[in-house]
Design a protein around this ligand. Sequence first.
Ligand SMILES: *[C@@H]1O[C@H](CO)[C@@H](O)[C@H](O)[C@H]1NC(C)=O
Ligand SMILES: *[C@@H]1O[C@H](CO)[C@@H](O)[C@H](O)[C@H]1NC(C)=O
Ligand SMILES: *[C@@H]1O[C@H](CO)[C@@H](O)[C@H](O)[C@H]1NC(C)=O
Ligand SMILES: *[C@@H]1O[C@H](CO)[C@@H](O)[C@H](O)[C@H]1NC(C)=O
Ligand SMILES: *[C@@H]1O[C@H](CO)[C@@H](O)[C@H](O)[C@H]1NC(C)=O
Ligand SMILES: *[C@@H]1O[C@H](CO)[C@@H](O)[C@H](O)[C@H]1NC(C)=O
Length: 348
Amino acid sequence: MPFVFTIQILSLPKDSLIVKHPKKNPLVLRMLVLMFVMVCGVYICSVCLKQIGGHPTVRLLSYPVAERACDVADIELSEKPYVHYPKPETFNREECACNPVRYFAILSTQRSGSGWFETLLNSHMNISSNGEIFSVKVRRSNISTIVETLDKIYNLDWFTSASKNECTAAVGLKWMLNQGLMQHHEEIAEYLNSKGVSAIFLFRRNLLRRMISILANSFDQNAKLLNGTHKSHVHSTHDAKILASYKPVVNTSLLIPNLRQVEDLVNKSMEYFKSTRHIILYYEDIINNRTKLVDVQNFLRVPLRDLSSRQVKIHKGSLASQVENWGDIEKALEGTPYQSYLHEDYKL
Ligand SMILES: *[C@@H]1O[C@H](CO)[C@@H](O)[C@H](O)[C@H]1NC(C)=O
Ligand SMILES: *[C@@H]1O[C@H](CO)[C@@H](O)[C@H](O)[C@H]1NC(C)=O
Ligand SMILES: *[C@@H]1O[C@H](CO)[C@@H](O)[C@H](O)[C@H]1NC(C)=O
Ligand SMILES: *[C@@H]1O[C@H](CO)[C@@H](O)[C@H](O)[C@H]1NC(C)=O
Ligand SMILES: *[C@@H]1O[C@H](CO)[C@@H](O)[C@H](O)[C@H]1NC(C)=O
Ligand SMILES: *[C@@H]1O[C@H](CO)[C@@H](O)[C@H](O)[C@H]1NC(C)=O
């Protein structure tokens, strides 16, 4: 391409040269001019290649063109940091290229309803929540691998069953506090803030229920109650009943320190990411009040839809019926800051 270009430009003076010196051999002159043109062409090409070198060519060429195409005039000033027009490298956003995309991260702890919550979000045609991406250790080895992974997700180049591709209006992931998030919190908060990523904190109010869910889930990792396969989430009441049939024994000497540790972790996470745009949700509140899902959709600025999930809750009913040693647990928690966990409940 640069070759053709230079020859066309430089061939203009070539004619004028011939007119000025009609007596000289035109063939030799032509050869000289041609040589000159070739040398220039090679030089220009090598300069071009040097400038492009190392960077993906496609990106350099496509950015300015597409950037100009989207009209951001109607977007409020305060919203601008949170609005993005990703240019995926793996596909074209087609007719939705100029639909704004919001970035989010669900920050949560295991057994806090985040799997269920994510299926609710993903039932929205414009939301892609890509699951627990950082459960894979190499992706959270260090801040570089974390940033690289996040960049790919937010550029819509990460493919999971949740990907909605071109018409995604909100893209994110589910991120457990113990998956590098607390360890690298400074750099991650900086990333979230500079990229305009919104955080959705999702926790459980009743940490005792969460503890029982963890015990039952880790028991099932070995016992595999459902025909020899371990399941953390189920889609039928039949399977839920089988999983709930196991009643763990809670070690009451570790109960209070464990609850305090989790509470402390949750408090710290909210402190670390308090400067990030965020919403705080509790699993129990979403169960009791589906209007919370409207709050989330407003927070993500997506069109309002009815969200649904096929998941079935495993542990229902009173806590007392879910553990082997309820009496001991009551004794251990009465009169402590955690005694409300014994009573606090929800109806299903
Ligand atoms: C980060 O981790 C990846 C994968 O484990 C490794 O290849 C890379 O060298 C590490 N980078 C730094 C800066 O430590
Ligand atoms: C949501 O997805 C639909 C269908 O893919 C698309 O027509 C619509 O423009 C999207 N909405 C937003 C806000 O991106
Ligand atoms: C597991 O076993 C039950 C009977 O206990 C049966 O109804 C169910 O279909 C089985 N599920 C699978 C996935 O094999
Ligand atoms: C409870 O935990 C303590 C401290 O780790 C341990 O010494 C004790 O054996 C445990 N009790 C049971 C019943 O597992
Ligand atoms: C966590 O924060 C709550 C509310 O601010 C506070 O009541 C509680 O004592 C804190 N817990 C720990 C373990 O720091
Ligand atoms: C349900 O949630 C909405 C939105 O957060 C709130 O305004 C409303 O008061 C809640 N209703 C109840 C009964 O808690």
